[in-house]
Write a protein that binds this ligand. Structure first.
Ligand code: SF4
Length: 305
């Protein structure tokens, strides 16, 4: 009998490139005393580094609260959790070590049970563009089609402010899809909107795949009735209850977006109509509209309800 604790080492932050660092002494923005509360300065930097169009779109999609700081804990938790809950999807974060520490801590607290990839940086790798090269090399190393359908790479605040260009990553490596998103605390108010950023990016990718040719069929085959795609996370039993209410109308419940498996994205886009159950999914709605799907909004809640 021993008093020594045993630890599960498998669900820790995985440092993919470079040396593990707990608190980079020269992390460029945070070392200067700037962080979640420094949205306006980081936003200025992001605009100077070519991210104006993206930030303008965020401002249109996601109204901010009374100030420019995140309105919840690190918003990127929303998109991180969406990726971690999908089968055969790997997640990689690019950001300051302290941000990554908090995000992975909360992910594992919520039972992520899998590794979160991390590409560390310092001032030099950030300003010379080496960080982008490290990220690119990492996704090449990780892109194993036996293990993954997709790899999601997320820029947190500092790499977004510095304009690390994830859009230049290859779209696909060895058949593994690469999805790069920016989820800065300035621009994305809460983790609810961050879920939409990733859901929208994945739907966009899947829509292009559908346009390019045949895609994988849904796991249980295609429904013989028109389906209602359910937009917004819900409890596991909810789609069954909703399905029972839809059946007398000759409709079936479609996939829930954010999805749990890549091919559900195709089935969601193939729906008859989208029920926007949560109100935050602006980018996802844009993709459904581009696919020609009508959207039914949810009833107002809270004060308006
Ligand atoms: S990434 Fe999240 S924790 Fe880090 S500075 Fe931005 S909002 Fe704060």
């Amino acid at each position: 009998m021993t008093n020594e604790a045993t630890y599960d080492e498998t669900a820790e932050v995985e440092v993919i490139r470079g040396e593990p660092r707990v608190d980079p002494p020269d992390a460029p923005v945070l070392a200067d005393g700037l962080g979640c509360h420094s949205g306006s300065e980081m936003e200025k930097a992001a605009r100077l580094s070519g991210n104006s169009e993206m930030l303008d779109q965020f401002a249109k999609d996601y109204p901010k609260g009374p100030h420019d700081q995140p309105q919840s804990m690190c918003p990127a938790f929303g998109s991180l959790r969406v990726g971690l809950r999908m089968k055969r999807v790997a997640t990689v974060l690019s950001g300051s070590a302290c941000c990554v520490y908090g995000l992975t801590f909360v992910s594992h607290f919520y039972g992520a049970r899998r590794s979160v990839g991390y590409v560390p940086f310092n001032s030099e790798t950030l300003v010379t563009g080496k960080l982008y090269e490290d990220i690119r090399e990492s996704v090449h190393e990780m892109a194993d089609p036996e293990r993954f359908d997709a790899i999601v790479v997320t820029n947190l605040c500092v790499p977004t402010a510095s304009g690390v260009p994830l859009r230049l990553l290859p779209k696909e490596i060895n058949g593994v899809r690469i999805v790069g998103i920016d989820v800065p605390g300035f621009g994305i108010p809460t983790h609810a909107e961050a879920k939409d950023v990733l859901a929208g990016a994945m739907l966009n990718y899947a829509r292009e795949e559908i346009k390019a040719g045949p895609v994988r069929a849904p796991a249980g085959g295609k429904s013989d009735r028109p389906t209602v795609a359910l937009l917004g996370e819900m409890f596991p039993a909810d789609p069954m209850m909703i399905g029972a209410m839809l059946a007398p109308m000759g409709l079936a419940a479609g996939p829930v977006v954010p999805c749990r498996e890549w091919r559900e994205l195709y089935a969601a886009l193939d729906c008859g109509v989208v029920a926007a159950i949560h109100p935050f999914y602006t980018a996802a709605i844009r993709e459904f509209e581009a696919a020609g799907r009508p959207i039914v909004g949810s009833a107002p809640v809270g004060h308006d309800g």
